[in-house]
Design a protein around this ligand. Structure first.
Ligand SMILES: Cc1cc2nc3c(=O)[nH]c(=O)nc-3n(C[C@H](O)[C@H](O)[C@H](O)COP(=O)(O)OP(=O)(O)OC[C@H]3O[C@@H](n4cnc5c(N)ncnc54)[C@H](O)[C@@H]3O)c2cc1C
Length: 405
């Protein structure tokens, strides 16, 4: 990959994207895909090593098991894009053929209330064309005999377009291809913005280096730092960095079949990782906003919380050992844990691409496509994502998506 310059080659761009990880790069790439967009695009990235961003700490899974149709449609496009990455990239033979490791997500309900929520979600998923199956405890035990199911009322699993995919490779190709097609990436941190005299537009962004760049449109793709970026424009955005832990572990007695991404009723989740490794994740309790540079692990959580839960759900995992662990940040939307998109009502060229919480990676193809359409036409042409617009934040009207991890 060509190194990033720390200075822009021009003083003004039609579109300035702040943040060049998967969302910023997907948007940049989809802009280059559209023959009707002929503007200039600058992506400004504060950390070209990408070591601190959410994209680098993700668990990289995709699912169709959402409770709202729009989130399902977004993931359907995500799956189609991943499975035909080379085709979307113009048949470029350097682009690898990609797939999804379809072990599915297994939601386990231990109460009738939770089971009813799974039943209701399945109806929405089936209507949208997903292949979700509901399983009784006996059926779960027959298909996956390693689970302890005594407390389980119902399970829900879908093994089509649901499981692991290589998000790093898709991110790499969004970025690489966008740059090859003329999008300029620079290494820099946006520290402030200048508004027009009427306050209704961003006219310039200013970098920590002191450089000032004029902009036609601005996209906030700054992940867990999104609220800081919005604040530069005088806008409140309910997005916080929230810590999420991941552990990769080995088992003394590995399972004889793939482990679905199991959503235990406790909220702890675990799945197959490599051929003989597994991945577990959970959130802290309490779950405060943290500094986006705080990556400290809480070692007590594994010992006292996660491992006991895994060992009681899968007794064969009584003897397991952690081989790697990390902490990353969700860009946690405190209103409803869903995407916040679109332009601001008053600062009309300031666009949101924020708040994806735990499902942004799989949404990156649909979100980048939508943002590129919005920037080009001022409307969505493929999938109407206007329900995700910032207006609902201002009105305090959450989207009720029950399947949030
Ligand atoms: C532990 C964990 C597990 C996850 N698992 C999944 C999963 O299985 N499936 C799924 O779909 N999603 C998952 N996610 C969520 C997903 O990873 C994120 O939603 C997605 O990566 C967000 O991408 P982004 O580009 O919006 O943000 P980021 O990747 O955080 O990128 C934001 C970029 O903006 C840059 N930036 C910030 N401020 C500035 C500034 N002022 N100037 C210039 N640049 C700036 C940053 O350096 C960064 O590169 C997970 C997240 C975590 C943390």
């Amino acid at each position: 990959m060509v190194a990033m310059s720390s200075e822009a080659s021009k003083t003004a761009y039609d579109v300035v994207i702040i943040g060049g990880a998967i969302m910023g790069s997907s948007t940049a790439w989809f802009l280059t895909e559209n023959a009707e967009f002929d503007g200039s695009v600058l992506v400004i990235e504060r950390d070209p090593s990408y070591t601190a961003c959410s994209t680098a700490h993700t668990n990289s899974c995709i699912r169709q098991q959402f409770s709202t149709e729009l989130n399902i449609r977004i993931s359907q496009f995500g799956a189609a894009f991943v499975k035909n990455l080379r085709g979307y990239m113009g048949g470029d033979e350097r682009v690898p053929e990609m797939g999804i490791q379809n072990y599915g997500y297994m939601y386990l309900a231990d109460t009738e209330g939770f089971a009813d929520a799974l039943r209701a979600a399945q109806k929405v998923q089936l209507a949208a064309g997903a292949g979700t199956r509901l399983l009784t405890a006996a059926e779960i035990a027959a298909e996956h005999p390693f689970y302890a199911t005594d407390d389980i009322v119902l399970g829900s699993i879908n093994t089509v377009d649901e499981g692991y995919w290589d998000g790093g490779t898709v991110f790499d190709w969004f970025r690489r291809s966008a740059r090859e097609r003329g999008v300029e990436y620079i290494h820099g941190e946006v520290v402030s913005v200048t508004k027009s005299a009427a306050g209704d537009r961003i006219t310039h962004v200013k970098l920590a280096s002191g450089e000032t760049i004029a902009c036609g449109q601005v996209v906030n793709a700054t992940g867990p730092r999104a609220a800081r970026t919005a604040a530069m424009a005088g806008i409140d955005l309910p997005v916080e960095p929230r810590k999420r832990f991941t552990w990769i572990f080995k088992a003394e007695r590995p399972l004889d079949r793939e482990l679905p991404l199991t959503i235990d009723p406790s909220g702890v989740h675990f799945r197959q990782d490599g051929p003989d490794t597994y991945l577990a994740g959970c959130k802290p309790d309490p779950d405060p906003a943290v500094d986006p540079d705080d990556f400290a692990m809480d070692h007590g959580i594994w010992e006292n919380h996660v491992w006991p839960i895994i060992a009681s759900r899968i007794p064969q995992f009584e003897a397991i050992r952690v081989v790697t662990e990390w902490a990353g940040h969700y860009a946690y939307n405190t209103l409803d844990q869903n995407a916040i998109l679109g332009a601001h009502d008053e600062v009309t060229n300031f666009h949101f691409l924020n708040g994806f919480s735990g499902h942004g990676l799989q949404q990156s193809p649909a979100m980048g496509r939508a943002m590129a359409e919005w920037l080009t036409y001022g409307e969505y042409r493929s999938l109407d994502l206007s329900p995700f617009h910032y207006g609902r934040v201002a009105r305090g009207e959450p989207i009720i998506e029950r399947a949030v991890i």
